[in-house]
Design a protein around this ligand. Structure first.
Ligand SMILES: NC(=O)c1ccc[n+]([C@@H]2O[C@H](COP(=O)([O-])OP(=O)(O)OC[C@H]3O[C@@H](n4cnc5c(N)ncnc54)[C@H](O)[C@@H]3O)[C@@H](O)[C@H]2O)c1
Length: 420
C-alpha cells in the first residue's frame, strides 16, 4: 500500500481518532467523536457527510430534512455507513423532518457540529440557528443568495464565539495541487497579472418530481432551476471558480458587465443557462468568465487561467509555464473522456482529496484550534457572484457599491408551514 492509498483507507481514518490530543482546549476527549448532524440529506450533503465519517472523527448521529422521503433515504444510508464503521445506528429521537427540522437539530444537546446542505435560499437562516445554538458549522456555499441575506450573514459572523468553528464549503481551495499552485501565484510566480480567463461549462440538472406533489414542493425539489432558491448558476455553481479567482488575485471584483440568457433550457424555472461576465479587479485586471449549462452528455469543463508578465497558470494540468515553470509532481496524462474536473493523471482529478482535506482541516480546528470563522470570506465570494448576476440581469455595468445599494432581493413567495 503506498502513502496515498494509506491516507485514503479506513486505516488512516481510524488512526486519526487515536491521534487526538488527550483533552484539548475545546473539550473533546481523546477517542470521542465529534457528533455530527446533517441538515439536508440530498446528493452533496450526504456525500460530504459520508466523507466526514470516513476521513475524520466526526460521526453522523443525527439527520434532518424537509421531506420525510429524503430523511428516510438518509437514515438508510447513514445507518449502513455507521454499521460499516462499527458505530451505532442513528437514534430515532435524532431524526427530524419538516420546516422546523433545522431548529430541532440546532436545539439538540446531542450534536456538536451541524452541516448545512440545504438549498442556498435557506443557508443563512439555517446558519443563524446553528450559530445561536453554539454549534460548529459546516455551511455549503453560497453564503446568501442576495445582498440582504449576505448582510444578515455578516451580522451572524459577529456572533460566532471564539470556541466555535464555522467553515464554508469551498473545498477546491483544499485540493493539494490547487493549494500548491495558489501559494506560488500569491507569492508572485506569474509576475504582474495581465488578465484572467475562467469558465464553468456543465450539464444541466435533471428533473426531480413525485406523484401528487404541489407546485411549491416541485419548486423546492427542483431548486437548481429556480433563481430565488439557488441564486442562479453564477451564484450557486460557478461560485467555485470565482472564489478561486478572488483568492488568487487577493481581492473581490470592483465592477462587472455581463450578458447571458436562457437559450437551450426550456423546463420550469428562471435560472439562465449561460452567462458571459467581465469582472474588473483592482489594477485593471479583468476576469473574463463564461458559463454554460447545456444538454446532458455529461461533459464538464471548469477552470481558470492566469496570464502574467512572467508566465501563465492553472487550467487542465495544474502547472506554471514561464520563468518559474512548475508542475504538480503527480501530473500524467488524463483518462480520455473521464469527464473529470480538469483531469490530471495520478490524481484522478485536480479535486481528488479536496473534500477530505477540507473536512480534516475543519475538524482539526474544532479539536485543536484555532477555530475558523469563514462567514465573511464566504459572503465576499457570494457577493462577487451576485455582482455578475446583477450586471447580466440589468444589462449594464454594476459596481460593488451599486450592488450594496441596489442589489436585488429574492423572496420564496410561499409558506414553508405547508410542509409541517
Ligand atoms: N461544494 C460543492 O462542490 C457542492 C456541490 C454540489 C452542491 N453543493 C451545495 O450543497 C447544497 C445541497 O445540494 P445538493 O446537491 O445536496 O441538493 P439536493 O437537492 O440533492 O439536496 C437538498 C436536500 O435539502 C432538503 N431541503 C430542502 N429544503 C430544506 C429545508 N428548508 N430544510 C431542511 N431540508 C431541506 C431537500 O429535501 C434535499 O434532501 C446546496 O447548497 C448546493 O449549492 C455544493
Amino acid at each position: 500500500m503506498d502513502r496515498r492509498e494509506l491516507i485514503q483507507s479506513g486505516t488512516a481514518a481510524a488512526a486519526g481518532i487515536t491521534l487526538l490530543k488527550p483533552l484539548t482546549a475545546f473539550g473533546y476527549r481523546a477517542n470521542s467523536a465529534i457528533r455530527h448532524g446533517l441538515l439536508g440529506c440530498g446528493n452533496r450533503g450526504s456525500s460530504v457527510a459520508e466523507s466526514f465519517s470516513k476521513n475524520t472523527t466526526a460521526q453522523v448521529v443525527a439527520i434532518a430534512d424537509l421531506f420525510p422521503d429524503n430523511l428516510a433515504a438518509g437514515r438508510v444510508r447513514f445507518d449502513k455507513i455507521n454499521a460499516g464503521l462499527g458505530r451505532a445506528a442513528i437514534d430515532e429521537k435524532l431524526l427530524f423532518h419538516g420546516p422546523h427540522a433545522f431548529e430541532q437539530l440546532a436545539a439538540s444537546p446531542d450534536i456538536d457540529l451541524i452541516q448545512i446542505s440545504t438549498p442556498p435560499f435557506f443557508h443563512v437562516q439555517h446558519l443563524e440557528a446553528a450559530v445561536a445554538a453554539g454549534k460548529h458549522v459546516y455551511c455549503e456555499k453560497p453564503v446568501g443568495i442576495d445582498v440582504q441575506q449576505a448582510r444578515h450573514a455578516l451580522e451572524i459572523a459577529k456572533r460566532v464565539k471564539p470556541t466555535q468553528s464555522v467553515d464554508v464549503g469551498f473545498q477546491c481551495r483544499s485540493a493539494p495541487p490547487i493549494a500548491a499552485i495558489a501559494e506560488r501565484i500569491q507569492t508572485g510566480a506569474l509576475g504582474k497579472i495581465a488578465a484572467v480567463a475562467g469558465n464553468y461549462n456543465a450539464p444541466a440538472s435533471t428533473e426531480k418530481s413525485r406523484p401528487g406533489e404541489g407546485k411549491d414542493e416541485y419548486r423546492l425539489r427542483n431548486w437548481l432551476w429556480d433563481r430565488a432558491l439557488s441564486g442562479d448558476i453564477l451564484v450557486e455553481q460557478n461560485i467555485h471558480i470565482i472564489d478561486l479567482a478572488n483568492w488568487l488575485l487577493g481581492a473581490h471584483p470592483l465592477k462587472a458587465t455581463a450578458t447571458g440568457g436562457r437559450n437551450v433550457l426550456s423546463h420550469f424555472g428562471d435560472c439562465w443557462d449561460n452567462y458571459q461576465v467581465d469582472f474588473t479587479y483592482p489594477g485593471s485586471v479583468h476576469l473574463s468568465f463564461s458559463s454554460t449549462q447545456f444538454g446532458s452528455d455529461g461533459a464538464f469543463d471548469a477552470g481558470l487561467k492566469l496570464f502574467g508578465s512572467d508566465g501563465s497558470a492553472y487550467s487542465g494540468p495544474v502547472q506554471i509555464t514561464g520563468k518559474q515553470a512548475w508542475a504538480w509532481e503527480d501530473s500524467s496524462p488524463a483518462e480520455p473522456g473521464s469527464g473529470k474536473f480538469a483531469a490530471n493523471g495520478a490524481f484522478t482529478d485536480n479535486l481528488a482529496f479536496a473534500d477530505r482535506n477540507k473536512e480534516r482541516t475543519f475538524i482539526d480546528s474544532i479539536t485543536s484550534g484555532p477555530c475558523h470563522n469563514q462567514i465573511a470570506a464566504g459572503v465576499e465570494t457570494a457577493l462577487s457572484c451576485m455582482l455578475g448576476r446583477m450586471a447580466g440581469l440589468t444589462g449594464h455595468e454594476v459596481t460593488w457599491e451599486d450592488l450594496q445599494a441596489h442589489g436585488e432581493i429574492y423572496q420564496l413567495g410561499f409558506s414553508m408551514e405547508q410542509f409541517a
